[in-house]
Write a protein that binds this ligand. Structure first.
Ligand code: ADP
Ligand code: MG
Length: 292
């Protein structure tokens, strides 16, 4: 593309809240055939709320909520923030934790008083020998509805589950239709569990889902698609997404996301609206058509 075409394209993008950080990002975008979308904070609002509480009989509901909020108090994960807010709404005061340890892509471990607690997904519980069969059918029903189960355990077993629901952004369904209308394959990549991810996939008409992906494995998924001959744009908002954004042919960061994600991307969407991904692709195609 000529410098003038690039300048005009960049200007048009900026008017619509689409910031191209380089001429290369604007040019590359016209040739992509695959769009990989992060789920939490990209397709969804990224602000989950606790909707359900399941108990196993070891502690009362108020005790479970107090333990959950205490254990999650130092985690920056959006799910942890949902738990802390839920306790605040119930006027339940958290206890002081003695020690706290995040477990990347899984949850957290913490000590309260003389007990050690675990909070996180099914994989974390299974790795620590916690039996989940008492709640399996109830959890299954919640996950099929698109909710994420957070398990809480003590040395003596599972204490209960808090289910959290993150709302899909109102514009996401239309954005995915627009992307498919441009002939692009739309894929979702998430650390969340497979059943929850599949519920959202079907709700939105996404072609393919990769769930239960550890943060450090997101970029390997992009690399595998590239090895299969795909030209990939990755859209993400989180610290987790930064390596994948850098690896993709074009990295697109949600402007409301973390600084690390923004620094790793060639395109920034100021409005956090996925329809702008489709508009950015259209703009790139128009710029390259005009100068050929
Ligand atoms: P994502 O944000 O896409 O779900 P993460 O890698 O951050 O991906 O987390 C993967 C999963 O690990 C979450 O869906 C959740 O089940 C669990 N998890 C992570 N952090 C926490 C936490 N602080 N409390 C409870 N569960 C957590
Ligand atoms: Mg995210």
């Amino acid at each position: 593309a000529t410098p003038v075409a690039i300048m005009v394209g960049t200007g048009k993008g900026a008017e619509n809240g689409i910031l191209f950080r380089s001429a290369q990002a604007l040019e590359e975008l016209h040739s992509i055939d695959t769009v990989v979308l992060d789920k939490t904070g990209t397709i969804t609002e990224g602000r989950p709320c606790v909707t359900d509480v399941l108990l196993t009989g070891l502690v009362t509901e108020d005790m479970l909520v107090r333990i959950a909020a205490s254990v999650e108090a130092y985690s920056e994960h959006p799910l942890a923030e949902a738990v802390v807010r839920y306790a605040e709404e119930k006027h339940i005061q958290p206890e002081k934790v003695v020690s706290f340890e995040p477990i990347f892509g899984r949850g957290v471990a913490a000590t309260l008083g003389t007990h050690r607690y675990l909070a996180g997904n099914a994989a974390l519980m299974e790795e620590n020998g916690i039996n989940l069969s008492d709640v399996a059918s109830e959890v299954d029903a919640l996950t099929r509805g698109g909710k994420t189960p957070l398990y809480f355990a003590r040395e003596d077993g599972l204490l209960g589950v808090l289910a959290a629901m993150d709302t899909v952004k109102p514009s996401s369904a239309e954005a995915i239709r627009m992307l498919r209308g441009l002939g692009l394959e739309v894929r979702m990549l998430t650390g969340d569990n497979r059943v929850t991810a599949t519920a959202i996939q079907h709700q939105l008409g996404i072609d393919t889902v990769e769930a239960e992906v550890l943060p450090q494995d997101k970029q390997a998924h992009i690399a595998a698609l590239q090895s299969a001959g795909k030209k990939v744009a990755m859209v993400g908002d989180g610290v987790n997404d930064a390596p994948a954004l850098a690896r993709a042919d074009v990295g697109i960061a949600i402007g409301a996301g973390t600084d690390v994600a923004i620094d790793s991307a060639g395109v920034i969407l100021m409005r956090s609206d996925l329809r702008d991904v489709a508009d950015a692709v259209r703009l790139s195609r128009a710029v390259l058509r005009n100068i050929k």
